[in-house]
Design a protein around this ligand. Structure first.
Ligand code: GUN
Ligand code: ZN
Length: 426
C-alpha cells in the first residue's frame, strides 16, 4: 500500500456554507496534514499527529501553502478552448460567428485529441481536477476527450453535443443519430475508469422536439447518467425559445415536456428564471450552474446566488464563453456579481462552490471536490503569496479568510503550488 502525507495549512468542509452558517461547517488547520492511501484520502487532521501515527508515510511538506480540494468545473466547452476571448458578440451572434466554425473542426480526431489534451493540461495548471464538458456533434470529439482524461486519470463528465436545427449543416445530426451516437458513446465511456457520460442536448433552440424527445427517452433508459444543457442565459435567446416552442409554459418546460428535467439534470446559466421554473427545479432537485465570467463576458446578466439556499448550484468557467480557465478568477467574478446583487459571498462560500458545491451539482459529493476521508485525492495546493500584489495584502491578514481572499480575487495559475490527481502529483 502506498502511503503519502501532505503537510501544510488545510481547508475542508463538513457541510454546505450556502445553507448553514459558514463558521459551523468550515475547518481550517494552520498545521494540518492529509494522509493519502492508494490515491484515496484516509484522514485530514493535525499534521504532527498524523506524522507520529504514520512514520512509514512519504512526506511532502507544503509549508504555509493551503491544501484544499481540487477545483471542479461544472460546465465548460473543451472544443472552444482555441477561440476563448473572441471579441464583440452576444450569445447568438457569438455562437454563429466564432463557436460553430471552431466546433466544425472536431470531426478530425487528431485535432480533437490536440485540443482535449491542451484543455485538460491548462485546467490542471489552474488547479482544476474535474471538468464537465460539452463536446461537439462528432463522436470523435467525445472519444478524444474521455481518452485524454483517462490518460491523466481525471474524473470528468462529458457528452456528445446534439443539434438538429439552427446550426450549420456540418454541425447537425438528427433525432435518430443523436440517440444512436449518444447511446453508443454512453455504453463505451460511462463508468470506464473515472469517466461519466452526460446526455447533452446543446439547448432547445438547436434541437427539434423530436430530438429532445429522443434524448429524453435515452435518459429514461439511463437515469444514472447526468443530462447537461443550457437554460435562460440571455433575453434574446429566451424570446427565440418562446417563438420556437409557443405551447411551452416557459424555457424549462421545453425540456420538461420531453423528459429532460430530472434530479441529475445540470442547467447551465439559469439567470432569468420565472417562479414556476425555480419551483420545478427545486421540486425535482435538479442543479443549476453559475458561469460568472461568461455571464459578464457575453453580457448575459446577473445570476441570483440566493438560489443556492434551496437548489444545487455548481460553479463553472463555461470556457470559451467564459473568459478564464481559472476557478480562482471564476470565484472572483461570482463575488463581483454577488456584490452587484447586494450580497458579498464569503471566501469560504466561494471555495466551497468551486469544489464541493460543483461536486454536489454533479452528484459526486464525497467522491471529488472534497478534502475528507474517503474522497479521491484530487487536491490543489494554493500559494497564498503568489505575486507581489497578493503577498503584500496577505502579509497583513489577521485571519485565514483575509489571507485567502486576495488570492481568490487576484490569483491565477501562479497561485497553484501543486496539484494531485488521485494522489499523484502532476
Ligand atoms: N448556449 C448554447 N450553446 C452555448 C455555448 O456554447 N456557450 C454558451 N455560453 N451558451 C450557449
Ligand atoms: Zn455552456
Amino acid at each position: 500500500m502506498s502511503k503519502q502525507l501532505l503537510l501544510g495549512q488545510t481547508l475542508s468542509f463538513s457541510g454546505d456554507p450556502m445553507r448553514t452558517a459558514w463558521q459551523d461547517v468550515t475547518r481550517h488547520n494552520s498545521t494540518g496534514g492529509v494522509l493519502i492511501e492508494d490515491g484515496t484520502i484516509a484522514a485530514v487532521a493535525d499534521g504532527v499527529a498524523l506524522r507520529e501515527a504514520h512514520p512509514d508515510a512519504d512526506i511532502t511538506n507544503h509549508g504555509d501553502a493551503l491544501i484544499c480540494a481540487g477545483f471542479v468545473d461544472a460546465h465548460m466547452h473543451y472544443p472552444q478552448t482555441a477561440m476563448i476571448a473572441s471579441w464583440g458578440k452576444q450569445l447568438i451572434d457569438w455562437l454563429n460567428t466564432y463557436t460553430f466554425p471552431e466546433e466544425s473542426r472536431f470531426g478530425d480526431r487528431a485535432y480533437a485529441d490536440e485540443i482535449a489534451g491542451r484543455t485538460l493540461d491548462i485546467a490542471l495548471a489552474h488547479g482544476t481536477t474535474t471538468l464537465t464538458s460539452f463536446c461537439t456533434i462528432h463522436p470523435e470529439s467525445v472519444d478524444a476527450f474521455f481518452a485524454a482524461a483517462g490518460a491523466r486519470n481525471m474524473a470528468v463528465v462529458a457528452g456528445k453535443t446534439c443539434m438538429d436545427r439552427n446550426a450549420p449543416d456540418a454541425l447537425q445530426d438528427t433525432a435518430q443519430t443523436a440517440y444512436d451516437d449518444s447511446k453508443t458513446l454512453l455504453a463505451r465511456w460511462h463508468g470506464t475508469g473515472r469517466a461519466n457520460y452526460a446526455i447533452t442536448p446543446r439547448f432547445s433552440p438547436t434541437s427539434t422536439p423530436d430530438q429532445l424527445a429522443a434524448l429524453g427517452a435515452l435518459w429514461a433508459e439511463h437515469p444514472d447518467c447526468l443530462m447537461q444543457t443550457h437554460l435562460s442565459e440571455q433575453h434574446p435567446e429566451i424570446a427565440w425559445v418562446r417563438e420556437l416552442f409557443p405551447e411551452a409554459r416557459d424555457y424549462l418546460d421545453t425540456y420538461e415536456k420531453f423528459g429532460l428535467l430530472g434530479p441529475k439534470g445540470l442547467f447551465g446559466h439559469a439567470i432569468h428564471l420565472g417562479d414556476r421554473e425555480i419551483d420545478r427545479l427545486r421540486e425535482v432537485d435538479a442543479a443549476v450552474v453559475h458561469c460568472p465570467t461568461s455571464n459578464t463576458f457575453i453580457g448575459s446578466g446577473l445570476f441570483d446566488m440566493s438560489l443556492a439556499a434551496s437548489l444545487r448550484v455548481g460553479l463553472a468557467t463555461d470556457t470559451g464563453g467564459g473568459s478564464s480557465f481559472s476557478m480562482l478568477r471564476t470565484m472572483a467574478a461570482a463575488y463581483e456579481i454577488g456584490q452587484l446583487r447586494g450580497t458579498a459571498l464569503h471566501p469560504s462560500q466561494l471555495m466551497w462552490l468551486a469544489s464541493e458545491g460543483s461536486a454536489r451539482a454533479l452528484h459526486m459529493a464525497g467522491e471529488i471536490g472534497h478534502l475528507g476521508q474517503g474522497a479521491t485525492a484530487d487536491i490543489c495546493v494554493l500559494d497564498l503569496a503568489s505575486t507581489a500584489a497578493i503577498a503584500q495584502r496577505a502579509a497583513q491578514a489577521e485571519t485565514i479568510w483575509d489571507a485567502i481572499f486576495p488570492t481568490i480575487m487576484m490569483g491565477d495559475d501562479r497561485a497553484i503550488a501543486a496539484v494531485y490527481v488521485a494522489g499523484n502529483p502532476v
